[in-house]
Structures are given as C-alpha cells and as structure tokens.
Design a protein around this ligand. Structure first.
Ligand code: AR6
Length: 233
C-alpha cells in the first residue's frame, strides 16, 4: 500500500492524514503527496442547459491555462460528475487526454462530489458548487446535494458574506468545523459559482446567446480556480 501523505499545512482539516485511493486512482503514484485539491462539477450544463461541447472545450482550456500558470504549487483539479456514463465526463476526459493534461494535476472521475473521501478515498479540501443567483439551498442538482451535505452552517456562513451572485463570478465560504461535510469528508471550503443560464424557466436566461454565455462560463471557471489558488497560496 502506498502512503499518500498531504504535506501542506496551510489549510485546516484533514492534513497530514494518510490518503488512500480506490480503483479509479490506481495510476496515482507517490509523487502526488502534497497536492491541494479542488473538486468541481460541470457548471451550467444540466438545469441551466448550456451546450455540452462548448462547455467541455471551455473547461479543459481554462483548466489547462490555470495549471500552467500555477505550475509547481501542487494544485490539483478534479472534474466530477455523478455517473460514469455522463456525457460531460466523457467529453472532458477525451479533450483533456487529447491535450495531454497530466493525470495527477487534472483528474476526471464519476461520483457524488459530497462523498469523495468516504466513497473514493480522494481527499478534497475544496469543493465548487453550481449555485443559483440567490445562493439558496435546494433547487435540485449539485447545489441541493452540497447544501444538504454541509448542513445549515453553510447557509449561515454564505448569507453572512453576500446575498446574491452575478453570473460568471464565485464566492468562497469556509465551512465551520461542525459541518458534517467538514467532519465526514474533510472539506474545508465551498466555492459557490454562478454559471450562465440558457434555460428560459430560470432567471437571467441568455436566450441562446453563446457569445455572452461562453464568456460568462469562462469567467465562472476562471473565478473558481483563482478563488481556490488564492486560498492555498
Ligand atoms: N455530485 C457530482 N455532480 C453532481 C451532483 C453530485 N451530487 N449532483 C448533480 N451533479 P446542475 P447547473 C452534476 O443542474 O446546470 C440548481 O438547481 C450534474 O450531473 O446542478 O449549473 C441551482 O440551484 C451536472 O453535470 O447545475 C441552480 O438554479 C452538474 O452537476 C441551477 O441548478 C451541474 O448540474 C444551476 O444549474
């Protein structure tokens, strides 16, 4: 059994604890010790109905630029979707592989983003959330899953900071140590992100304007990754 120790002491939580990886991570080797990890879902591609091909292009482009810019700092990005047969998972995996993105810095995995340590033994201190403009719990999708798993502490800490979020922006919220997501999964921060909306049933629909939509989706990922970097730097 390999020993995957996290050597970074800058963020509280499950530091220096032994981390094991399940079958999905069999290719990971001991050089992964010390990575700080952000797990993030596909922003805007489900309830907000953003085009999948365009979204996948944006994810790999913004992520690869970010990893290049912050090279050597031990930052890792993990793209997560619920099912192995997810269309977004397949597209992002194909595009990141074609681009030669290094697997220890950029991973693509299937699973519930609120259970990465307990189900996959993957240690992620940071989780991004695809939220709504009022940062309200519920509403289905990954937003409901994260607010449910984190408990009321996330809602309280979120509301202390802002009341609304503009499309293309992000807000970092530290989780209280009493949050079940902190205690059970070692998650110390949630990064709320609001993506562009293409669903006429939801507020601020862009009505198929992909010039504006693509710009906002790029901004959303860029803000998310920078918020992560600024917390761990
Ligand atoms: N773990 C990982 N991925 C998940 C999970 C989970 N537990 N649950 C859903 N996904 P969506 P959007 C994936 O609709 O399109 C909300 O109601 C899902 O398969 O959650 O940005 C908010 O309140 C998909 O790939 O976000 C907003 O109003 C991805 O997460 C609105 O939906 C995003 O799907 C935001 O819509």
């Amino acid at each position: 059994q390999q020993d995957y120790r996290n050597n970074d002491k800058r963020v509280p939580g499950k530091l220096n604890s032994e981390t094991e990886y399940g079958d999905n991570f069999s290719s990971i080797n001991s050089s992964d010790a010390g990575f700080r990890t952000l797990a993030f879902p596909s922003i805007s591609t489900s309830d907000f109905q953003f085009d999948h091909e365009k979204a996948a292009d944006i994810i790999v482009d913004v992520a690869s630029n970010f990893l290049q810019e912050f090279k050597g700092l031990g930052l890792r990005l993990v793209f997560v979707d619920l099912k192995e047969n997810s269309d977004m998972l397949t597209r992002v995996r194909q595009k990141s592989t074609a681009l030669g993105m290094r697997s220890e810095e950029f991973m693509v995995i299937a699973g519930d983003i609120t259970k990465l340590r307990s189900s996959s033994k993957l240690e992620c201190s940071f989780i991004a959330n695809a939220t709504n403009w009022r940062l309200r719990p519920g509403g289905g999708g990954v937003n409901a899953a994260i607010f449910n798993a984190a408990g009321e502490g996330l809602e309280i800490e979120t509301k202390k900071r802002v009341k609304t979020l503009a499309p293309g922006s992000a807000l970092t919220v530290p989780l209280p140590a009493s949050s079940p997501l902190y205690m059970n999964e070692g998650v110390t921060h949630i990064i709320h992100v609001l993506g562009p909306n293409m669903n006429p049933q939801r507020p601020n629909c862009l009505q198929g304007n992909y010039v504006e939509g693509s710009k906002l989706l790029r901004d959303a990922y860029s803000c998310m990754f920078r918020a992560f970097a600024s917390c761990v730097e």
